[in-house]
Design a protein around this ligand. Structure first.
Ligand code: C5P
Length: 310
């Protein structure tokens, strides 16, 4: 047993995210697309509890469709724990308990939040004391969105989305999230975007390999002005997500009719994120959408990244 190992359990909470801007460029040889995105962490969380154990094990509970979450090495929290153990020569295991609130395959980075939380929890449990640079490196190896789940707040992501720079954001932004029972596969949605672009006569590597986030997005965030931000919301994956799930268009339109400033598909979808002027307006929009039979949640951002709560 490692002399540094703790006998206590460690509880870490990590947020889901919205991409309030997502520009998608060309596809690299490794299959990943060049991105310029703005992430915002929102108040919908994944909880990971890590307990000392000789072997690696995981349980998952929470949102309706946890049955679709793998409990083997495909699980991102499990992969994060094993990657950290390998990177630090840790020779025992961990019993992970994952409590999910972020929709599964919802375009909100729930699996990435699990991975970030597991990294932070195991680092504390095992006393590995990795630097934040090293944690970021391991996070990026687990998935393009994992570094942001560690980081939280509001940030610009470039490269595959894993090269982060904090963005100044004043105040709080109120969002209504409309979730779907049926998730969407991220690779399928990116593949659909490539196919749609090809149909338009664009080659997969025609779109730029280096992109920037437009200045008005950053100005709206700095000003803390939801009306201004609403004008700049954009998601290049939206057409592809709507192709797979045509009902998402109506959800956005219904949200706007109910009083939202604007709405977009979150990441690769199918969650729809509706930006509202203030908490009261968000509550109204949430009520209207719930009355129409939809699952609607009121959240706010930005919130911090993965952190130990006990
Ligand atoms: O990094 P992550 O495992 O979350 O990505 C899931 C999938 O999303 C990738 O396998 C890829 O198909 C797609 N993706 C992409 N370009 C990115 C990020 C993700 O094509 N920058």
């Amino acid at each position: 047993m490692s002399v540094f190992a703790s006998t206590e359990s460690v509880h870490v909470r990590a947020p889901g995210k919205i991409n309030l801007y997502l520009g998608v460029g060309g596809r690299h040889d490794d299959g990943y697309h060049a991105l310029a995105t703005v992430f915002q962490a929102v108040s919908l969380y994944e909880d990971v509890i890590a307990r000392p154990a000789d072997d690696f094990s995981i349980t998952v509970s929470g949102v309706d469709d946890v049955d679709s979450v793998p409990l083997d090495d495909r699980n991102l929290a499990m992969r994060a724990a094993k990657l950290l153990a390998t990177a630090t020569d840790y020779d025992r295991g961990v019993a992970l308990e994952v409590r999910k609130s972020v929709p599964v395959a919802g375009g909100m980075g729930g699996g990435s939040a699990d991975a970030a939380a597991a990294l932070v929890a195991c680092d504390a449990l095992w006393g590995t004391g990795l630097s934040s640079t090293r944690m970021h490196e391991l996070a990026a190896r687990l998935g393009a969105d994992v570094p942001f789940a560690l980081h939280g707040g509001t940030a610009v992501g470039t490269g595959r989305g894993d090269q982060l720079n904090p963005a100044l954001a004043r105040g709080r932004f109120d969002w209504v999230l409309v979730t779907s029972e049926q998730g969407l596969s991220t690779p399928v949605v990116y593949g659909r975007l490539d196919a749609l672009r090809e149909e338009e006569g664009m080659l997969a590597d025609d779109p730029p390999m280096s992109l920037d986030v437009p200045i008005p997005v950053l100005q709206a965030l700095r000003a803390g002005d939801p009306a201004l931000l609403a004008e700049s919301l954009l998601n290049d994956l939206q057409a592809a997500a709507v192709f797979e799930r045509p009902d998402l268009d109506a959800t956005i339109q219904d949200g706007i009719r109910a009083g939202a400033l604007h709405g977009i598909v979150s990441g690769s979808g199918p969650t729809v994120a509706l930006l509202c002027a203030d908490p009261e307006s968000a509550q109204d929009v949430q009520s209207v959408l719930q009355r129409s039979g939809r699952e609607a949640l009121h959240v706010h951002g930005p919130v911090p990244g993965a952190r130990i709560i006990r």
